[in-house]
Design a binder for this molecule. Structure first.
Ligand SMILES: NC(=O)c1ccc[n+]([C@@H]2O[C@H](COP(=O)([O-])OP(=O)(O)OC[C@H]3O[C@@H](n4cnc5c(N)ncnc54)[C@H](O)[C@@H]3O)[C@@H](O)[C@H]2O)c1
Length: 310
């Protein structure tokens, strides 16, 4: 079992235990380093009280260390994007956060480690300006998490009926904005010969729906293609690209599930018996960005509690 939880890392750190020297980067840790790192971070070498409190039960812990790493996160003003930004900030990384919404309150980590750009991702000039400003301030761009997206239940309907201006708007936000961020971030990764990206799609584009949001699912199918194409084009330059296909997750996007009964009704359809959390999705994103996934590129990772199995 793998545990991916920055909260636990913080607990271990606040318990006063020195962290192991193994960190992500170009140098591969030796077997012994990994062994000791795993034992310590899995709680096996922790003092009795800490071990009990953390209750890891011998689990292996993926060690996220984003120190000296710089990540661009879109949709960082809420939901899954905010969770990804919080986890990276909490593990010592710098984040360039982009969203139309204002900056969330009480972000963890050092304030010097973040640059918040409030604006519209469909504006390529703005996106390029913020990302380049971040690269200048932090000295590099290592990772890109393309998370922002819209699902407009009221006006995104069947492609046979919908307003094509809405169609274009959804495509501009859900797909073209990811082109803007990639075009701005990849040159910095190429310069360093290192980088990784995750792009958020949805399982909805892998199946049909009698009450569809066709612009949403069709644009999200494009996200998978974009990710795989970038993976192939950039692999030789040490840059990875993967896509995440979430199932239902409780975020502001799903504010329609506003009672425990509605949430339970959704959960009853999911084989693992619960609706996903922002943390479930952020865990997948941090894994794919990190060096723990250094041999994974071009993958479509479904994170849906087993819903697609139905
Ligand atoms: N929540 C789910 O059930 C679910 C399921 C499948 C896929 N997803 C995908 O996961 C990703 C994150 O979704 P979420 O659930 O956190 O949604 P969310 O609505 O909570 O967050 C999306 C963020 O994107 C931002 N955004 C939207 N348009 C923008 C624009 N033009 N410019 C800048 N920012 C903009 C919003 O302000 C918002 O903060 C999305 O791509 C979504 O399609 C979510």
């Amino acid at each position: 079992m793998f545990i991916v939880d920055v909260g636990i890392l913080q607990e271990i750190r606040s318990s006063g235990i020195t962290r192991p020297t193994v960190r992500s980067g170009t140098k591969q840790p030796s077997f012994l380093e990994l062994f000791h790192s795993t034992r310590l971070w899995a709680g096996l070498d922790l003092p009795q009280n800490t071990s009990k409190r953390i209750n890891l039960q011998g689990a292996y812990l993926i060690n996220y260390d984003f120190t000296d790493r710089v990540t661009v996160v879109t949709g960082a003003g809420g939901g899954i994007g905010e969770e990804i930004a919080r986890m990276i900030l909490a593990s010592g990384g710098a984040v360039i956060m982009l969203d139309v919404k204002p900056e969330p309150l009480d972000l963890p980590g050092e304030s010097v480690n973040r640059l918040y750009g409030q604006g519209d991702l469909t504006n390529e000039e703005y996106v390029t300006k913020v990302i380049n400003e971040g690269a200048k301030r932090f000295g590099r761009i290592d990772y890109l998490a393309n998370v922002a997206g819209v699902l407009w239940f009221d006006k995104d309907v069947s492609l046979l009926e919908m307003d094509m201006d809405v169609w274009d708007e959804v495509f501009a936000i859900n797909l073209k904005s990811m082109v803007h961020t990639a075009r701005a971030a990849v040159p910095h990764m190429k310069e360093a010969g290192f980088g990784a990206m995750v792009h958020f799609s949805t399982i909805q584009c892998l199946r049909g729906d009698l009450a569809p949001q066709d612009a949403y699912s069709t644009s999200k199918a494009g996200v998978g293609a974009l990710s795989r194409s970038l993976a192939m084009q950039l692999a030789a330059q040490g840059i990875r690209s993967n896509a995440i296909f979430p199932g239902p997750a409780q975020t502001p996007m799903q504010e329609r599930w506003d009672t425990p009964e509605k949430v339970a009704a959704v959960a009853s359809q999911i084989p693992l018996g619960r609706v996903g959390s922002t943390r479930d999705l952020a865990n997948a994103a941090l894994f794919l960005l990190s060096e723990n996934a250094s041999y994974i590129t071009g993958v479509d990772l479904v994170v849906d509690g087993g819903l697609l199995l139905r």
